[in-house]
Design a protein around this ligand. Structure first.
Ligand code: PNS
Length: 158
């Protein structure tokens, strides 16, 4: 069984993330979308449980995607769950610079490899933080985040 983890903070999940999960699910037998962060910390717009629920809601149609959360070192989770790969999306060279040291550190720690998928061009400028800012000041993020996420963001931010 080839199991890959898509890790991230996902505060909240965007259509760019979702596109990566769905594409990854065609390359691996099972995908675990892993929301990382300390569940007792209140930083972020959504709690860890809320992020997990939103991702479950928008991935429920894909049989080989499941969602979990983890508050420790990523490689401790991958080793404990027989995960063979990490999958990340890359939007630009900025993402590349940010991701390479983490991929190399994770590989050094346990040998787990990171696979990068290029973000679909229509989501090249989509980020959780930018979407939050746009919604906060009354802008429209239709098409950039799933409808359920947009509704949840409006409820929190307006
Ligand atoms: O969505 P993000 O914030 O860019 O995701 C970064 C994330 C959560 C994948 C990274 O910070 C992470 O792996 N955190 C878990 C703790 C850990 O393993 N840190 C060492 C990374 S080499």
């Amino acid at each position: 069984m080839t199991i890959a983890v898509c890790p991230g903070s996902f505060d909240p999940v965007t259509n760019g993330h979702l596109d990566i999960f769905r594409r990854a699910a065609t390359h691996f037998e099972e995908i675990i979308v892993l929301v990382t962060g300390n569940p007792t910390k209140t930083s972020g717009l959504f709690t860890i449980d809320e992020r997990v629920s939103l991702i479950r809601e928008v991935t429920k149609d894909v049989a080989n995607i499941r969602v979990d959360s983890w508050g420790g070192l990523l490689v401790h989770y991958t080793s404990a769950h027989h995960v063979t790969a990490l999958v990340k999306g890359l939007r630009s060279s900025l993402d590349y610079e940010y991701e390479v040291p983490m991929a190399q550190m994770n590989r050094r720690l346990t040998g787990v490899d990171t696979y990068f998928l290029l973000t679909d061009e229509k989501y090249g400028y989509t980020s959780s933080s930018l979407c939050k800012e746009v919604v906060k000041y009354g802008g429209d993020v239709t098409g950039l985040v799933p409808e359920a996420v947009e509704a949840a963001m409006k409820e929190k931010l307006r």
